[in-house]
Design a protein around this ligand. Structure first.
Ligand code: ZN
Length: 63
């Protein structure tokens, strides 16, 4: 009898927490635990808004 664990190790901290799978860039699947996912999302959102604001400034001609 084999015991299959459905949880993958977190790809960010490698700790044995329950992980969830998320789609990263290029639809790459990544396994992250909850706390690492929060960090990941915060980073993604920060980058998104940085790009968005820069684009907006470029369009409105503000420097
Ligand atoms: Zn983690």
């Amino acid at each position: 009898m084999t015991t299959m664990r459905s949880t993958e190790q977190c790809s960010a901290c490698d700790e044995d927490h329950p992980t969830f799978q998320y789609h990263g860039k290029d639809l790459q699947r990544i396994a992250l635990c909850k706390s690492c996912y929060d960090v990941y999302m915060a980073k993604e959102m920060a980058q998104y808004w940085k790009d968005h604001i820069q684009e907006e400034m470029r369009r409105t001609g503000k420097s």
